[in-house]
Write a protein that binds this ligand. Sequence first.
Ligand code: URA
Length: 451
Amino acid sequence: MSQLSVSQSTFRVIDLIRKKRDGGALSATEIEYLIEGCTKDGGSIPDYQMAAWLMAVVLRGMTRGETAALTQAMLHSGEVLDLSFLPAKKVDKHSTGGVGDKTSLVLAPLVAAGGLFVPMISGRGLGHTGGTLDKLESIPGFRVGLTVPEFHRVLKACGCCMIGQTEKVAPADRKLYALRDVTGTVESPYLICASIMSKKLAEGTDALVLDVKTGSGAFMKKEEDAVFLAELMVETGERMGKQMVALITDMNQPLGCMVGNALEVRECIDVLHGGGPEDLRDLCHDLAAWMFFLGGASKTVADGKRLSEQIIASGQAFERFRHMVELQGGDISVIDDPTRLPSADHRVDVPSPQAGYVTSILCEQVGTACVILGGGRERKEDSVDPAVGIVVYKKTGDKVSVGEPLCTIHCHSDAQAARAKTLLEESYQIAAAPPAHKSSLVHRVIYKGEH
Ligand code: URA
């Protein structure tokens, strides 16, 4: 019996839209037909039909099988990297985005120094959250736009490489994301899962650790939404034969103390030297432990954590970072002396209006304050200022006296800082008594096996 290819199939797009509108489940072939039709040869399916189908998905949802089929179809709309020539397991980490969320810069060299390969394709800042590529580009000369052969060479030479999405990776996601952005169809866990996983699976990794953020600085403010998305992504990755885990982690306040591109690189260098703030250090060790465990470099997650601590203490993680920066064209003199990173000479303190304890921080506003300073983008075409940012001194549960700085804005003038200062003042809640409950950094772990 002859088989029809997807493009020869005789589906009518309107029937597929109606099927989803009425709550039906599409077959893998039907989903492939839609994705091929909107991506290949300029797209034979018009945007208005794809937008109608996307809205039907937002309203009706998808089964796990449909989500996996959509992820597969989007993944295979472009190039899937073949890293089978590398002599050890490939592992990566993906974060759903937060404020001061800078663990990638520590994890890639740390896990590479432990004998695994970390092929990391990262993104830029999105909304109020920072992006790994913007942080890396604050290192003068650092190139995130490597070709695939260059990516291979760096990976082989130092075990890790951090680049941006190439034109050829998951083009269906680029097309659909742009459409979702303007049709009110971003907010669907099924579409978010397929979008993230299609890009991450194109890297050719064997295992993926997901850091799914929840809280006031995350996209998923409610924990149940974060858990739902995490479970969906874990199951989707497992269906494709990948080792998967998701950590649901706290984003009710900035991670670490630095928010802003060059400031965050500086804080990561501190962590790579064994210092830095405790919450950032702890989360890096927790995530690295899972990367080591899933990649087979440790027998248990607890062993993975010990390995992570040893590698940092030995200086090997820092050396690996320095090597990666050098191979990607970055100026290593700023890695050796981080005071040479771009910096803004003007400082504006945000003093506490009263004595007491910090009971909560509206973390999204801290991220927005950094964007307003120029540390992120208000429009897609904006460039970012690597030097600006916020140094956070007081976090939830900390005692403060009246007039004591809660944080300091790094900027170029008082006028530039004015809007950001108001947002930061509003974001701190201070009361006479300490908060009754301090949330833990890792809220829960979604993993099916023994660890
Ligand atoms: N990040 C992505 O890459 N895709 C989404 O849909 C949402 C966040």
